[in-house]
Write a protein that binds this ligand. Structure first.
Ligand SMILES: [Fe+2]
Ligand SMILES: [Fe+2]
Length: 405
């Protein structure tokens, strides 16, 4: 999986029983827990066995989230006796694809990782750590959600359930690989703690479908764009994890294609005016979240030779084109007004962050925030109301899942 916002977050979940997430191997490292409390920071430091207490990751509206849903409704949606639109032969074919497990032997590390990490210092080092932490959390979020769906749908629809389980396998691998990357920086995310301690955002099944589809596809476009850029500009290849993105992103692409098939099996989520409004809303949420997040971290993208805004716009445009194959309406992201409004939101967000950093008392800070939040909301609304692009196809005759290179 990949991105989100106060509006919508990255997708995922995992299980504490997976050996990938055991912390024991990181005994000599500091364990980082995602929490804003000093208490958990202290516990984390104690667990890590080092006197240096690492700062807990700061939770913000833009931090990747964990999701939960109405599993009873999910069961009804995937009951082949209730839903005659379920194309079991298509799901069987997808299942075979997942069983093939193209990336079974892909995520193997080598000594280049640690050597490269040791050479990254100064401000870029902290930015790298944050990138690994956020990515790991987002992948782990996918793992948790898919694992639970795999478990809950087993009786109702074993084929769909098995696909979810195999997708959770992929996300566990991705999260585990990123967490091992953190060990190169002498850190580890305590994923077992996160599983229990973090709040889960509830989304109805149809919102899970929209958000997860977008998250997988935007993840695909982010990974492949970074991979291609670094292949052409190897002088910026400062850490070997990016070399793995080419095959890695194909996992995300397959996950997105599976959600596309799920949406096709639920035409009520695609074929009316409400579906169009929700499609636009989720596109807006996911794109704005990514843009605001990345613009707060330009040093990371510049560190690997990318222009943050150009990179994000490329990812948004490509994701939107892909999404237009299935969503009944998408945003007109190629209209220059769209980017103008995004940039305005970045400015307002920077002012909001600046208010948070002043020494004013909380009441004064909140008063200062009111007009800025109103301005941000008004930009969001204006962007949402831009004339959309009608898209998708309820008969889906021309759409078939395929690998995109
Ligand atoms: Fe993933
Ligand atoms: Fe994924």
């Amino acid at each position: 999986m990949a991105t989100e916002m106060a509006l919508v977050k990255h997708i995922s979940k995992f299980s504490t029983s997976s050996p990938i997430f055991s912390n024991s191997r990181y005994g000599k490292f500091t364990t980082v827990r995602m929490s804003s409390t000093s208490q958990s920071t202290a516990k984390a430091a104690a667990k890590g066995g080092k006197k240096a207490a690492k700062t807990a990751i700061k939770e913000t509206l833009l931090t990747p989230r964990f999701y939960t849903t109405d599993f009873d409704e999910m069961e009804a949606l995937f009951n082949t006796e209730i839903n005659k639109n379920l194309n079991q032969s298509e799901f069987e074919a997808l299942l075979q694809e997942f069983k093939t497990d193209y990336n079974q032997t892909h995520f193997v590390r080598n000594k280049e990782f640690k050597e490269a990490a040791d050479k990254i210092d100064g401000p870029l080092r902290q930015i790298f750590v944050e990138f690994l932490e956020r990515s790991c959390t987002a992948e782990f979020s996918g793992f948790l959600l898919y694992k639970e769906l795999g478990r809950r749908l087993k009786k109702t629809n074993p084929v769909v359930a098995e696909i979810f389980s195999l997708m959770s396998r992929d996300e566990a691998r991705h999260a585990g690989f990123l967490n091992k990357g953190l060990s190169d920086f002498n850190l580890a995310l305590d994923l077992g703690f996160l599983t229990k301690a973090r709040k889960y955002t509830f989304f109805k099944p149809k919102f899970i479908f929209y958000a997860t589809y977008l998250s997988e596809k935007i993840g695909y476009w982010r990974y492949i764009t970074i991979y291609r850029h670094l292949k052409e500009n190897p002088e910026y290849q400062c850490y070997p994890i990016f070399k793995y993105f080419e095959n890695w992103c194909q996992d995300e692409n397959r996950h997105g294609d599976f959600f596309s098939a799920l949406l096709k099996a639920q035409p009520q989520f695609l074929n009316d005016w409400k579906a169009k409004l929700w499609s636009r809303f989720f596109c807006l949420s996911v794109y704005v979240t990514m843009y605001l997040n990345d613009c707060q971290r330009t040093a990371f993208y510049e560190g690997i030779g990318l222009d943050t805004k150009e990179f994000d716009m490329h990812v948004i445009i490509e994701t939107n084109r892909t999404t237009a194959r299935i969503f009944p309406a998408v945003l007109d992201v190629e209209n220059p007004e769209f980017k103008r409004r995004l940039d305005k939101m970045v400015e307002i967000n920077e002012q909001l962050l600046a208010v948070g950093e002043t020494s004013d008392i909380p009441l004064v800070k909140n008063l200062k925030r009111i007009p800025l939040i109103a301005a941000l909301a008004s930009e969001l609304l204006a962007t949402y109301l831009m004339p959309p692009i009608e898209s998708g196809s309820v008969d889906f005759a021309e759409f078939e899942p395929q690998l995109v290179y």
